[in-house]
Design a protein around this ligand. Structure first.
Ligand code: SF4
Length: 286
């Protein structure tokens, strides 16, 4: 069996920055609280938790009274970002906030706030319950959230609409939903706010998946971008499998003469890919 790790896999810039920030803060003093899971990768999260990271559920809407136990404690805002009201609630609660919002997400928040001020109706295409989408929605007075075609049926649009995407939403699906809106609205401006890093990764990953017999995509089950990347792999290589770690690997997927490619989502560190590679090396030596 030949085993190859995707040269372009590893943390995306936003997740890398957030994890490095958390590691640095934890090294200085033992406690750091993350509102919601810092990254959608339970294995990596466990490593950070062992260093002292505490995950606290992000109960929306964030409310200063409910957050009062965070007074004078260090709180990390994750890559998905928070609505402006969420930042204000943390400030009122007296938390010491460290902001790890990805710069790409922050740019979308700023643009949404600007278009909202200019009187455009804000439409966000993405997963309605995703923390990033909830955060983005908080920069508009009356946002319309669209996840699938059915959401468009009863939707009421104004004359001037600005359409945005969740950064990790499937780009083709975004454009197809945005097109339906453009056909219905006189002045609809479509802002492609999908993450460029993910788009580039997707292109390279598709080539990689097509070049191997079996593709193993390592990623958290709640990771939106891992799901998007995996579906793209499946489209070019039906022997593509998505797992969180070696415990989920089924040996019947593999044949001795296979070339096995290992890749991961934006929140999968390289050490996790190397762990899967080492396991496969042991397996093929048996
Ligand atoms: S996937 Fe893109 S938008 Fe999301 S954290 Fe990574 S770099 Fe930022």
């Amino acid at each position: 069996m030949k085993i190859v790790i995707d040269a372009h896999a590893g943390f995306c810039p936003g997740v890398l920055r957030a994890v490095q920030k958390a590691e640095k803060m934890l090294a200085h003093s033992g406690e750091l609280i993350s509102l919601g899971a810092l990254i959608h990768n339970p294995v990596e999260l466990q490593r950070l938790q062992q260093m002292g990271l505490i995950t606290r559920p992000q109960e929306e809407p964030l409310d200063a009274e409910r957050l009062s136990d965070l007074k004078d404690r260090r709180v990390l805002v994750r890559t998905h970002g928070l609505a402006a009201a969420g930042h204000e609630a943390l400030r009122q609660a007296g938390a010491q906030v460290e902001d790890a919002t990805c710069s790409t997400v922050r740019r979308v928040q700023t643009l949404i706030a600007e278009k909202d001020r200019q009187g455009e109706q804000i439409v966000i295409i993405g997963k309605k319950n995703h923390a990033e989408v909830i955060g983005l929605a908080g920069y508009s007075r009356k946002p319309l959230l669209i996840e699938r075609e059915a959401d468009l049926e009863g939707a009421v649009f104004s004359d001037r609409v600005a359409v945005f995407s969740q950064t990790t939403f499937d780009r083709d699906r975004f454009f197809s939903l945005a097109k339906i809106i453009q056909d219905r609205v006189r002045h609809a401006t479509v802002h492609d706010t999908t993450c460029r890093h993910i788009t580039k990764r997707l292109r390279r990953l598709v080539d990689f998946a097509a070049s191997v017999d079996v593709l193993l995509l390592i990623g958290g089950s709640h990771s939106s971008n891992s799901r998007v990347l995996f579906e793209a792999c499946r489209a070019v290589n039906e022997r593509s499998f998505k797992i969180e770690g070696v415990d989920e690997l089924d040996r019947s997927w593999l044949r001795p003469a296979d070339t096995v490619g290992i890749s991961g989502g934006a929140s999968t560190p390289r050490w996790q890919l190397e762990k899967v590679r080492d396991y496969l090396l042991e397996l093929s030596a048996q």
